[in-house]
Ligand binder design. Structure first.
Ligand SMILES: Cc1cc2nc3c(=O)[nH]c(=O)nc-3n(C[C@H](O)[C@H](O)[C@H](O)COP(=O)(O)OP(=O)(O)OC[C@H]3O[C@@H](n4cnc5c(N)ncnc54)[C@H](O)[C@@H]3O)c2cc1C
Length: 477
């Protein structure tokens, strides 16, 4: 890949395109002054106000949001991404990796100017959601009374990253380096007030504030030594781009809870949807090995198969229905029939392991975690990256306050407030998602009854539904 690096008048490095080779060449010339006594390093080229490890969707947005902020725009930021730069070209074929972004995330992306690049290419609005149980008649819908309003936005991951990078490329204060894997981190101690980051090629950098945006297996988190609670669901999310059997005004996100895991369809176009189907690891491997036709048959069965209904569950649901009717709380919402799948776009099937993870602490002196580095959730609620974007908004807010008040960026008082703010939102969200996963795994009649009554009752109580939507939109800041 051809690479072009531009040195600005202030000797800062701006990357237009790069390769690891070019990166090494430039960095060694920039950092040619050997300085092994890092604790007293005063070489400005080795020191940044903020270093962000991980140039995924969350880390890149954070870099952009800092550079876009009037109070923080002067801060020198280094964004380190271990992967190579991916050139983005709009293709007719949709990527099989998409995310459902909530309205708060859209606001953040608009505020940094990235949303306009998404809009210029493509996204699909979700105006209604229908979630239902395969083992009962319980169902919940969102958005049906305000179809003009968007509940979520389906965007391809690579387009989103491209859009954020488009905005970042004009920012002088941010140096973005690809092929730069963080190999070691020294957290501030009494000997050194800064964090020291060593890259795989031996280069090292110091910073007042190190931010770990380096994903689920975050090295920064490990080096912080914080407690991390995590487990695998022994499930994989099978993704694909699928063709609907007939064109439709595709504005509904569908999710059916099956005993093996939820199957979800997210709109892309009038004829295409994006599939996220959570199944056991064994089942995922089987689904990946089927022919396209066999896969489509399995998927239609997952969407349509009638499961035997338990008499106790049916009776309980009937009683609740009568009670709600008597209280004039019947939602009046009729069930919309889910689409059938006519085919699959060739070569779009893939599977990703699913797990839960949460860092007991998101911060330490001069260090903070954002995004999947701090928390990982099951995709059944489409919340993962939205939680990460919520972290970005909160962290930038607290850094701005710290800067305004003359505090150093890594000041624990401000970082702790970031942690409190985010954990107050993230922990209940994550526990609710995990509880939903567990609740819907069971097929025993009392469990099916309990969840069906809960779902149906929630559906009948508009204020509760509104509260759920508001929480999912991350308005907790
Ligand atoms: C099947 C599936 C469907 C999903 N659907 C949704 C959805 O609809 N809505 C939603 O909100 N979320 C969804 N998610 C979750 C979402 O994809 C993640 O939350 C999101 O990708 C996390 O972004 P991140 O930037 O925090 O981490 P990552 O995307 O993991 O980025 C981390 C970056 O850090 C880099 N890195 C790692 N280690 C180092 C290192 N040592 N040095 C330098 N760089 C490093 C990596 O190369 C990577 O670029 C889904 C997840 C799955 C698996």
């Amino acid at each position: 890949m051809a690479g072009l690096w531009v040195l600005s008048a202030t000797s800062r490095v701006s990357v237009l395109t790069s390769s690891p080779y070019k990166y090494r060449a430039i960095v060694s010339s920039l950092y040619s002054i050997s300085n092994n006594d890092y604790s007293t390093s005063s070489d400005p080229k080795k020191h940044y106000d903020i270093v962000i490890a991980g140039g995924g969707m969350v880390g890149t947005t954070l870099a952009c949001a800092i550079a876009n902020n009037r109070v923080l725009e002067e801060k020198r930021v280094l964004l380190l991404e271990s992967g190579n730069k991916q050139n983005y070209h709009v293709q007719n074929k949709y990527s099989n990796r998409v995310v459902a972004l909530n309205r708060q995330t859209r606001t953040l992306l608009s505020s940094i100017g990235a949303w306009q690049h998404v809009e210029a290419v493509r996204y699909a609005p979700v105006k209604k959601m229908q979630v239902w149980d395969a083992c009962s008649d319980a169902m919940i819908t969102f958005g049906e009374d305000h179809l003009a309003e968007e509940l979520a936005f389906i965007v391809e991951n690579d387009l989103l990253l491209y859009a954020i990078n488009q905005q970042l490329s004009g920012k002088e204060s941010v140096d973005l380096v690809y092929g730069a894997k963080v190999a070691d981190v020294l957290i501030p101690s009494k000997h050194c007030q800064n964090s020291r980051i060593t890259l795989q090629d031996g280069q090292s950098i110091e910073t007042k504030l190190l931010i770990g945006a380096d994903g689920v297996n975050s090295l920064v988190r490990k080096k912080m030594g914080v407690q991390y609670v995590g487990w695998n669901y022994e499930q994989m999310g099978v993704v694909a781009t699928v063709q609907l059997s007939e064109p439709t005004e595709n504005i509904v996100a569908w999710q059916r809870f099956l005993p093996g895991g939820p199957v979800a369809l997210l709109p892309l176009t009038d004829t295409l949807s994006s599939l996220v189907w959570s199944v056991s690891t064994v089942q995922a491997k089987k689904l990946l090995s089927l022919s396209d036709e066999e896969f489509v048959d399995e998927l239609n069965e997952a969407l349509w198969k009638m499961y035997p209904k338990d008499g106790m569950v049916e009776a309980g649901m009937r009683a609740l229905g009568q009670l709600l009717e008597g209280l004039s709380l019947h939602s009046g919402v009729t069930r919309q029939l889910q689409p059938s799948i006519g085919g699959i776009v060739e070569g779009t099937r893939a599977a990703f392991p699913l797990g839960f993870g949460h860092a007991a602490s998101y911060v330490g002196p001069g260090v903070a975690l954002v995004g999947d580095a701090a928390h990982r959730v099951h995709p059944l609620a489409g919340q993962g990256v939205n939680l990460g974007f919520g972290d970005v908004t909160a962290l930038v807010k607290l850094m701005t306050e710290a800067s305004r008040n003359g505090a150093v960026l890594g000041d624990m008082a401000y970082l702790s407030r970031y942690e409190t703010l985010r954990q107050r939102h993230n922990v209940p969200t994550m526990l609710a998602i995990d509880a939903l996963h567990r609740l819907y795994k069971g097929t025993a009649a009392p469990i099916v009854l309990a969840r069906s009554l809960g779902l149906q009752l929630t559906n009948a109580l508009p204020p509760l539904k509104k509260a759920i939507m508001q929480h999912a939109s991350d308005r907790a800041l």
